[in-house]
Write a protein that binds this ligand. Structure first.
Ligand SMILES: CC(=O)N[C@H]1[C@@H](OP(=O)(O)OP(=O)(O)OC[C@H]2O[C@@H](n3ccc(=O)[nH]c3=O)[C@H](O)[C@@H]2O)O[C@H](CO)[C@@H](O)[C@@H]1O
Length: 364
């Protein structure tokens, strides 16, 4: 199979795409893949580092209000469509998959206009702007939350789950927490604000660190790559603790996640697919800065199933955070009940189902 994939801007769009590529390579080592991303998105670093053929385009997002920038955006979009058409003509994909982000808008639109079979994946319960636009043109739409179904043309929708779930569920991890200077036999919780880090969570964590340094559990605090130096400049003034490790970004999350007793984080859809695939209990702090408050909706699907606790960002302080972390980490029974509830929501066959859909569409 010749598979062209496009998705970018943020980890939540990129990792599901990479999981599909991994599953394709596992089933068919001779398959040819081309990943098309944007220059500015983190895919331009992550994808080539994995040795996956990568082409980058220049593209930018629409402003929600009318502005001159939007004219530039339309110009760049049309230019990207033109460039994407050329890439499609030269790569000759059997099928093109889009996993979200502006760049996938141009690539999938270009492919559909050239009558190449197309599929998009919507990770969230509330449909993103790019996928809403593309839904008119593509052949099939794979979803992860039932709530997304009614927002798309009914005959195109297929429930697959998020392919990243299968990738993390299948990993045999021999990761040691010693890589973070922590012990393997002490329960450990990770605090991570999605793929970019979260400003408020970082601020509150910096304030909470002296308290967390006294706990019997360990904490891996992931700041986000762009926020690491700022956090460290504040933390350096404090006493270091041997139960706390501060990291800027985790490159091998599928290996690290199985070693964790809990996660504190944003409720991005791909993060939730990972937590439920493995059955990791969590404390979720939905980002209030996303379209239609979709992270609260994502989080509620776990909270309602007793798989997660939730703190609204407006209520997030070092006290509310530490007390929720204590509630989770000091009660083994509660933690294992939450873990079991999370695992029930997992979709560990999602990558295989996605690939079946791609094959079916490519042959129709
Ligand atoms: C602010 C924003 O617009 N967020 C959106 C974005 O979030 P974001 O990109 O944060 O997406 P998710 O939380 O869904 O996924 C983050 C991904 O990055 C990985 N990771 C994270 C940190 C790290 O150090 N290493 C690492 O590998 C996680 O394991 C996960 O695979 O896309 C999601 C999926 O469409 C949406 O639901 C989110 O609302």
């Amino acid at each position: 199979m010749r598979l062209m994939v496009s998705g970018g801007g943020t980890g939540g769009h990129i990792y599901p795409a990479l999981a599909v590529i991994n599953e394709l390579k596992r089933q068919d080592p001779d398959a040819e893949v081309l990943y098309v991303g944007s220059h500015r998105g983190i895919e331009s670093k992550i994808v080539p580092d994995l040795g996956i053929p990568f082409e980058a385009m220049t593209i930018q997002g629409f402003k929600r209000s009318l502005s001159l920038e939007n004219f530039k955006t339309v110009y760049l979009f049309l230019k990207s469509v033109h460039q994407a058409k050329k890439l499609v003509r030269s790569f000759k994909p059997d099928v093109v998959l889009g996993t979200g982000g502006y760049v996938s808008g141009a690539v999938l639109y270009a492919a559909a206009k050239q009558h190449i079979p197309t599929v998009i994946h919507e990770q969230n319960s509330v449909v993103g702007m790019t996928n809403k636009f593309l839904s008119r043109y593509v052949d099939k739409i794979a979803i992860n939350f039932e709530d997304a179904r009614a927002q798309f043309p009914a005959d195109k929708v297929v429930m697959t789950g998020n392919p990243r779930a299968q990738e993390v569920a299948n990993i045999k991890s021999d990761f040691s927490l010693s890589a973070f200077n922590l012990k393997d036999d002490v329960p450990t919780i990770m605090v991570v604000g999605g793929s970019q880090g979260a400003l408020k969570l970082n601020q509150v964590m910096v304030e909470a660190l002296p308290e967390l340094a006294k706990k019997s559990y360990q904490v891996v605090f992931v700041t986000g790559p762009k926020r690491y130096d700022h956090v460290m400049s504040q933390v350096n003034k404090m006493v270091s603790a041997d139960n706390i490790s501060i990291q800027s970004y985790i490159n091998n999350m599928p290996e690290v996640l199985p070693k964790l007793a809990g996660v504190v984080g944003r409720s991005g859809a791909t993060t939730l697919a990972e937590l439920t695939a493995l059955g990791v209990p969590s404390i979720l702090i939905p980002s209030p800065y996303v379209t239609a408050d979709h992270q609260t909706k994502n989080a509620m699907s776990l909270v309602n199933a007793n798989a997660a606790l939730m703190i609204k960002e407006a209520d997030l302080t070092n006290q509310t955070l530490v007390s929720a972390m204590d509630e989770l980490m000091n009660d083994d029974q509660k933690r294992s009940a939450m873990a079991a509830a999370a695992k029930k929501l997992g979709k560990p066959k999602a990558a295989t189902e996605m690939l079946s859909l791609l094959k079916e569409v490519s042959q129709s």
